[in-house]
Ligand binder design. Structure first.
Ligand code: DAH
Length: 336
């Protein structure tokens, strides 16, 4: 640019900055770029210059033209759209918006913790189907048709043969059918019962089944595994009590209680003021179950257990009503 074009440009910049209406901008366009405007004069004067100055003057006039066009365009956009639109449409200095993030459901995180503990004890997690047959759910577990024990599982039947599993125990049979001992497995999953719902009973709930089979597996092993699990899970030095019970698929069978981790056994709301919590069923696998899957009952022994995952999650988080887990109320779920 020459001194002259620089001066025209700075003058135009100043005038355009002061323009507030489209008419004012248009008037300035005519003044600078119109047919009789300043630029036309400038171009018209070039032929009169000495030959050696013409190329530089032409280049300067062209540069000025480009700069003026850009300034006019900017000014037109500003006055037509208003200041707000001409400025960036957002404030880049504001902190960003955090995308909504979900998190793991408290029942799932409880299960993960349980699986971690059993994994360190050598138990592998496997899954079984939620729709089961009468054979896996009852017959093979030593509960023949018409046996009164069937009443203990308020089962949803789909057909005479198919049902929604009311416990995870049928997975024991499926695993033993396809694997030979020694084995150590845990089976988490959903179960279903025709239960009337209350704070501790749900028509859909979660169980964790456990099974260990091998040579010389004893009741002592069962006690050790459950005791270690409960102490680690409850993060407390709880006492464990095995109370005789009956399950068709185990003999002997027991109901396991532990001292209430909440009050240390003194009695509180969590343990219904008894000092003890009823946690799970277990026992030594009944030889009839081994026979159903073709295991050598002289050679192998094993233990099994089944516990409610939701109940343990209630205990862990001191939740008085387990229905809250399944109502999808985000005000509740966001707390975990
Ligand atoms: N399946 C039983 C129930 O739903 C729980 C159970 C008890 C599982 C004893 C076992 C067991 O494996 O040995 O009530």
């Amino acid at each position: 640019m020459t001194e002259q074009t620089e001066q025209i440009l700075s003058e135009a910049r100043e005038q355009l900055a002061g323009a507030e209406t489209p008419e004012e901008v248009e008037a300035l366009r005519v003044r600078y770029l119109g047919r009789k405007g300043l630029l036309t004069d400038l171009f018209g004067a070039i032929p009169q210059l000495p030959a050696d100055q013409r190329p530089a003057a032409g280049r300067a006039a062209n540069e000025l033209k480009g700069a003026l066009e850009a300034l006019l365009e900017e000014a037109r956009r500003r006055v037509e759209c208003g200041e707000a639109e001409a400025a960036p449409s957002f404030d880049p200095t504001l902190p960003g918006l955090r995308p909504p993030m979900g998190h793991i459901h408290p029942v799932s995180s409880t299960l993960e913790e349980m699986l971690d503990i059993f994994r360190t004890l050598g138990f592998e997690a496997v899954r079984g189907p939620e729709v089961e047959t009468d054979w896996y759910n009852f017959e093979a577990l030593n509960i023949p048709a018409d046996h009164p024990a069937r009443d203990d599982w308020d089962t949803f039947y789909l057909t005479d043969e198919l049902l929604l599993r009311p416990h995870t125990s049928p997975a024991q049979i499926r695993v033993m059918e396809s694997c030979q001992p020694p084995l150590r497995i845990v089976v988490p999953g959903r179960c279903f019962r025709r239960d009337t719902e209350d704070a501790r009973h749900f028509s859909m709930f979660h169980q964790l089944e456990g099974l260990m089979v091998g040579e010389d597996v004893s009741f002592g092993d069962l006690k050790a595994v459950l005791h270690i699990f409960l102490r680690r899970f409850l993060r407390a030095d709880v006492d464990v009590r095995f109370e005789p019970d009956f399950f068709p698929f185990t003999e002997p069978s027991a109901q396991v209680h532990c001292t209430c981790a909440n009050c240390g056994g003194d009695g509180c709301r969590t343990c219904s003021y008894s000092g003890w919590l009823e946690l799970l069923g277990c026992g030594m696998v009944d030889p009839n179950v081994f026979e159903a899957v073709g295991y050598d009952t002289e050679r192998y022994t094993g233990f099994a257990f089944g516990m409610g995952i939701d109940r343990l999650a209630m205990l862990k988080h001191d939740i008085p009503d387990g229905r809250l887990f399944f109502q999808n109320d985000l005000r509740f779920l966001r707390q975990f």
